[in-house]
Design a protein around this ligand. Sequence first.
Ligand code: ARG
Ligand code: ZN
Length: 873
Amino acid sequence: QPIYLSDYRPPAYRVTRTELTFDLDPNATRVKARLHVERHPEREAGVPLELDGEQLALKAIAIDGQPLAPDEYQVGEAGLVVHRVPEAFLLDTEVEIAPDGNTALSGLYRSSGMFCTQCEAEGFRRITFYPDRPDVMATFSTTVIGRTAQEPVLLSNGNPVERGELPGGRHFVTWEDPHPKPSYLFALVAGDLRKVEDTFTTVGGRDVTLQIWVEEENLDKTNHAMASLKRAMRWDEEAYGREYDLDLFMIVAVNDFNMGAMENKGLNIFNSAAVLTHPHTATDAAFQRVEGIVAHEYFHNWSGNRVTCRDWFQLSLKEGFTVFRDQCFSAETNSAPVKRIEDVSFFRTAQFAEDAGPTAHPVRPDHYIEIGNFYTLTIYEKGAEIVRMLSNLVGKEAFRRGSDLYFARFDGQAVTIEDFVGCMAEASGQDLTQFMLWYSQAGTPEIDAHGEYDYANAEYRLILRQRTPATPGQPDKQALHIPVRLGLVGTKSGRDLPLTLDGETLGTDAVIHLREEEQEFLFTDVSEAPVPSLLRGFSAPVKLHFPYAREDLAFLQANDSDGFNRWDAGQRLALLALDDLIAAHRNGVEKVMDQRVVEAFRALLAAETDDKAVLAQMLTLPSEAYIAEQQPLVDVDAIHAARTFVKQSLALALRDDFLRVYEAHRIDAPYAPEPEQIAARSLKNVALSYLMAIEDEAGLEFAREQFEADHNMTDVRHALTLLVHSSRGDIAAPALKAFGETWAHDPLVMDQWFAIQVTRPQSDVLDRVTFLMEHPAFSLKNPNKVRALIGTFANQNPVNFHRADGAGYRLLADTVIELNRLNPEIAARLVTPLTRWARFDETRQALMKGELERIRAEELSPNVYEVVEKALA
Ligand code: ARG
Ligand code: ZN
């Protein structure tokens, strides 16, 4: 059942042109397809024509105008075979499909009454019979016929070329997309939509019309996405020399969507959560997320669409590169160090966990059962880290030359990761052979480092040893090429010392290359004892162990010239303190707060000059999930107790500082999602969360005020969350009720209302989850709702999800079983927390595996089957 990368062959037949006609109907849409087919020049003649197709009722089939006799073809579960075909021919088919019954949200489906599509990766085969693979590229012409009243707007890829009225209250629009594309980039939208329009003139002088299509009530939530789009278009011209290539670029917001968004050529379709913003409904984080996703999908026009993937094993070719591109874009428009801190903390929490679990896979997998399961943090985020390493290895200029070469050489083609890395090697003259292992080896490499300062000889000897743990199917690993950016910070001067390695002067911040299992680096002319600042900016996606003393970490936190490592030193210091407290909790010993952490925080709070956005990050303790990631065995209760203790100790010791910081960063100006305001809000809200950790009277008053002032969703949501998570039900309950009533009409705000409630640490929360599942605003058919309620509970409420009685696991398994029938892709994602059973104690392991087995006993979709099989293997 799995398919293998090593089995790749070019398609036997290719399609050069695809002409589609959709006669839309909620229950019986007719799709006529005319395919211009020819034998692939590299493949032998006389091979039967095999087309993918799922859940299609075939109504007619003809070759070169001649209807086929029943014995000339065969329709099965997965597609259609025509036994004998000419070398080149026209294939006409007509099928019937049922968009209303499509709860998988793959193919053509309906969302809030509107028709829309999602074809990546393999949804097009649920629309018509087709060679549904990315290396088949055709120009498309699409005629969409709908009811004039219900579907006044009919959209598809490219440019509209014809429109007209039809009898029976129907009308049509024909779209022509001149750029050859694979089927996964096809899109169609039809419904009662309104648009916001703007224009953009490309550097080459092309006037592009920009449209964002939404439901009428959301017309006031598109400004930020439009502004982000224009910034992204300009940025791609400047940073990569990439210009837009059609006269029209459209974005459509839909409420029911499995992922964030989709880069269909000229017609990006977005989860409404990834495009709509308004100061009253979206937080700062949501504004930033929208900016990032709008840019991401736009950037795909080159990294993905113009140059696409040969096969789905190459998925990271477009996703890793495009994530890297959107990260760089966001870093430039926001606080760069904070963007890096946020990305890395997320990465080290979630991708490290994936890489250490039963579904670990290389950035380029070599086999899969269901490609829908491979839209993962590894493919996306680790893929982006690899591209970032490449960019740092070859240098900015060579990287740009390499990407120019890549886009020029492979424009209009479906290519591989070797093609991309090959361009980088060619442009830089570097040998990237060993580097390629990053794509094929799964698991997070660990570096054990230690160093010695030789005072007499003024030398610092740094020894690095690497190992990558075994992962499923990959017991033995080879040494990787790991770039380690570092500095040596002088303990006397507090400055970066000049680096001399093997007689070469490297400046004060340099990259050393670890290629062997163990390597020694001898720095000479080191004039004072240093503390090494290693892996600056997270220069490689690895775990770095160095036996830092706590004093060293406090020193780095105060003195490191690298903002990222300053933050990381603080995190490491806090983690050491947390380790002690976790042990104390487990041993029933009295908890004692490490005063070094208190002093480090005191110093941070006193240093007014610091970048406020970074300061807010430095004042934020590692999340429970990240702490768990560091533990050999996860004890959710001990982690929660330890973290709460640290938070409360800091709040008690530094109450006045937090009060001062809170008051100093209130904003009177109208809301703007701009770096300075965002920084001030996050700092103020971090301070508030400390005050609320001890339920300080002044803090409570601030929270209540902030909620009632209703200035913007960032402040309102934060205040409400703190109240709901506190023991003050007397204040929280009415606030929650008011919020729920005010926003009952807005699904995106109701998602937040669900999430706020189910992250509450108190033990009554599970009943709350069950109760909310019956709420009229909740629906299992809507992925955003599932994520907000069940996903948030299972992933962000460890103490309650991992209840010792297994009730949290049972609830998740019940939901997975139901969703397996409705939406396999979402079901397979939702099951993830259960697959991490090996990280827990024996009792919990047994309970989690029991639930996985209960799921396995069902009739499973390939998606859920693949994940559950791996988890139980
Ligand atoms: N290519 C899209 C993006 O990264 C994601 C599409 C995912 N589709 C899916 N069925 N999982 O922007
Ligand atoms: Zn993408």
